[in-house]
Design a protein around this ligand. Structure first.
Ligand code: PLP
Length: 386
């Protein structure tokens, strides 16, 4: 039976062929580190890293590409950001839908005197913008939020929140793990001071590469989390104050950057709007199919928006009166359909969506999924609910 991968919210699979090829070509043909060697292959790697920074800063309309900092994933980017920015006595606001990549650093920082508040969201994951004003305290420094939920796909109104931050003199940080490469994000238009991304989801790169893009002002203010050798100003033991070296200590993940470079080129070639259209087409087909399965009697609860307005290709469901883990197990063992079940590293999102503690079965569509994958999922669910 054909294997159907529907766990793209976790990591995209398959990747465009050019991605593993770029990793392989780097590892077999180049191999050198950047900022250290004075030989041709090191310069060639340096050019690719620079080109990747440029593509990323263009993707997010970020301005100067020196402010693109590579990390291993969005989790590391968020840790770098929050721990370098917040001090004891500060207050920050997040949404009630955040992933643990945001919540765990905030809970940890709470032990060091940092306070946080959550913007309430409704049971479809929609942000209550009207409550923002009331959450501001004299010590509030920033708002951090995801661009789209990894549990139900609901998109957050980052443009409106960015406006709010600007008018209240707050910094604005966005976790775009679920949207980078599928939805256009304009850092300038949305007044975003730091955007945190991961390379292995819709940016189509390999695991182990991610990053953060900072504005000049924030880059100046932020204390680096990790310091060490950068290959630059080696005559001193002081950490560079210039970008990106200020935040990029240690040997970089060059195979990862080469893979990400190829992923970004693929996205540019296809076009973000084509990728988004395809994912929404599959999502709509799936949602409409689920509604048909529910015509006689509601057997499947759709979590979040039941149409494609303000959502991504992440669809969580609960099969009523069944153990969700059993449903996911049967999807895999009987129909070769790979989904994800559980709480998806976002316990408070599930409390918000009324799906805690049982969790959901999550289908997440990617660019390489087809109409047939959707139809196979619907027919598998039809058998399961019988
Ligand atoms: C919204 C969101 N933030 C953060 C993460 C963490 O991503 P990574 O494991 O690549 O750091 C994920 C991964 O699922 C996510 O969906």
């Amino acid at each position: 039976m054909k294997q159907i991968y529907l766990d793209n919210a976790s990591t995209s699979f398959p990747k465009p062929e050019s991605v593993p090829k770029a990793v392989f070509d780097f590892m077999t043909g180049i191999g050198a580190n950047i900022n250290r060697g004075t030989y041709e292959s090191a310069y060639s790697a340096e050019e690719t890293v620079f080109e990747t920074r440029e593509m990323l800063s263009e993707l997010f309309n970020a301005g100067d590409c020196k402010n693109v900092v590579f990390t291993k994933n969005v989790t590391e980017s968020i840790n770098l950001l929050l721990k370098g920015f917040l001090k004891s006595g500060d207050h920050i606001i997040c949404s009630s839908m955040e992933h643990n990549a945001v919540m765990r650093p905030l809970v940890q920082l709470n032990d060091y005197g940092v306070e946080f508040s959550r913007i309430p969201c409704d049971t479809e994951g929609n942000l209550n913008l009207d409550s923002l004003e009331g959450l501001i305290q004299p010590n509030t420094k920033a708002i951090i939020m995801m661009h789209a939920s990894n549990v139900c796909g609901t998109i957050m109104p980052i443009e409106a929140v960015g406006e709010f931050c600007k008018s209240h003199n707050l910094s604005f940080f966005v976790d775009c793990a679920q949207t980078a490469g599928v939805i256009d994000i304009d850092m300038k238009k949305c007044h975003i001071d730091a955007i945190c991304f991961t390379g292995h989801k819709s940016l189509l790169g390999p695991q182990g590469i991610g990053g953060i893009i900072l504005t000049d002002e924030l880059a100046e203010k932020l204390t680096p989390l990790t310091v060490g050798g950068t290959g630059s100003i080696s005559h001193t033991e002081d950490t560079p104050t210039f970008m990106p070296d200020k935040f990029e200590a240690g040997t970089m993940n060059l195979p990862g950057i080469y893979g990400l470079n190829a992923g970004l080129k693929y996205i540019n070639e296809i076009g973000i709007s084509t990728i988004r259209e395809h994912e929404l087409f599959l999502t709509e087909l799936f949602l409409e199919g689920l509604k048909k399965l529910n015509l006689q009697e509601e057997k499947i609860r759709i979590i979040g928006h039941t149409d494609i307005k303000d959502r991504t290709g992440v669809v969580s469901i609960q099969v009523i009166d069944q153990d969700q883990a059993d449903v996911a197990y049967r999807l895999e063992s009987e129909f070769s359909i790979m989904t994800r079940v559980g709480l998806h590293c976002a316990p408070n999102a599930h409390k918000t969506l009324n799906t805690y503690p049982e969790g959901t079965v999550r289908f997440s569509f990617g660019f390489f999924n087809t109409e047939d994958d959707v139809m196979a999922s619907l027919s598998a669910l039809e058998s399961i609910i019988k």
